[in-house]
Design a protein around this ligand. Structure first.
Ligand code: KG4
Ligand code: ZN
Length: 339
């Protein structure tokens, strides 16, 4: 089964062709970093306009790179939500238009189900059930994944998402947008013990929940008191901040694996590209005896191959969206919908 995946939920316009939910024939991502960088964050209206300009070219390139035409496509999988409504609508309406014109079935995919499916594109992927740590710009949660589309949320953030914390700290340190990758790079030359920052939500009664807004405020207060760090001090602060986030994420993931008695753990979403979280979880896995699965960095951040992988299961199950398929900026998780 050849599936065309489309994604436009935030600031990446992406199209990919995936065979049988596993083999990536092409994977095209048009990033809008240049459009939003001067504003220090994503400007929704500019994102929508850039998606409109990019969506057809990325689809054409995805088809060309895969050496196929629309005649070969068996299904179209498109992100339905959550995300920016004006941005989501661009790929969604394009998917419906192509589906209608070429008589190709279309399915709407939950963006997080996409992130959770990115690992299925690798040779080595976790069996079900497994634990998933989902860490992106908009979400931070621990889940038990019982199968495709069968999710049980074990805990989530009470405020900011992990990626949001990286982005906000990067912004207040003058490192621009998007911040996660820059903080990660600087952290590699810094001393993670240089600054002592609060480790949020580590008391037992906080269970598997997270909170990152206090940590961001702690960095803000530090900058207010000591001024903007430069050179080695900047690298040290990035390293200390990252080590704190990693410590909390790793601690809670170990707890979730233990609680559920599961030996396979995946981490996905943009923050899964972080070198500290990748290393920290692998180390914890070796200690506790669970295996850690992480997609390559380019499949941690937003892409359409993961949407095609998730959509393939839905198409195989016989799901078909009607012409009334609509974008939903607050789309609930699949398990919540069916409950
Ligand atoms: O999954 P994603 O591309 O978009 C959402 O669904 O939100 O995640 C984007 C987030 C941003 O907050 C970005 O700063 C963060 O992932 N990110 C990173 C790294 N690369 C991307 N955070 C920490 N370290 C990285 N290397
Ligand atoms: Zn995402």
């Amino acid at each position: 089964m050849l599936v065309l995946g489309l994604e436009s939920s935030c600031d990446e316009t992406a199209a990919a062709i995936v065979e049988d939910g596993h083999r990536v024939l092409s994977d095209i991502i048009a990033s809008q970093v240049d459009v939003h960088a001067r504003y220090g964050g994503v400007v929704p209206e500019l994102a929508s306009r850039a998606h409109v300009a990019n969506v057809v070219p990325v689809i054409e390139q995805a088809l060309n790179d895969a050496g196929v035409t629309l005649d070969d496509i068996d299904g179209i999988a498109v992100t339905q939500g959550p995300g920016l409504i004006g941005a989501l609508l661009v790929a969604l309406q394009t998917a419906k238009a192509i589906g209608y014109a070429r008589n190709i079935p279309v399915v709407g995919v939950h963006h997080l189900e996409g992130h959770l499916s990115a690992i299925r594109l690798e040779d080595d992927y976790p069996p079900y059930p497994h634990i998933a740590l989902v860490v992106s710009g908009g979400h931070t949660s621990l889940m038990r994944v019982d199968g495709p589309g069968a999710l049980v949320e074990l805990g989530a953030t009470r405020d900011d998402a992990a990626g949001e914390a990286f982005d906000k700290v990067a912004k207040l340190l003058g490192l621009g947008y998007p911040g996660g990758a820059v903080v990660d790079k600087l952290a590699q030359t810094g001393d993670p013990t240089a600054y002592s920052l609060p480790r949020p939500m580590t008391k037992p009664e906080t269970k598997l929940e997270f909170s990152f807004s206090g940590l961001k405020t702690a960095v803000l207060n530090l900058v207010r008191q000591q001024g903007l760090p430069e050179g080695q001090a900047l690298a040290d602060l990035c390293a200390s901040f990252q080590a704190t986030v990693v410590e909390v994420l790793v601690r809670k993931t170990r707890k979730a694996a233990k609680q559920e008695g599961l030996k396979h753990v995946q981490v996905c979403g943009g923050v899964a590209a972080n070198s500290g979280i990748r290393a920290g979880l692998r180390e914890a896995g070796e200690k506790d005896g669970f295996r850690v699965y992480v997609p390559p960095p380019i499949r941690c951040t937003d892409n359409a191959a993961m949407i095609a992988a998730a959509g393939t299961y839905q198409l195989e199950r016989g799901e078909r969206a009607g012409m009334d398929l609509n974008a939903n900026s607050g789309l609930p998780l699949p398990s919540e919908t069916s409950a």
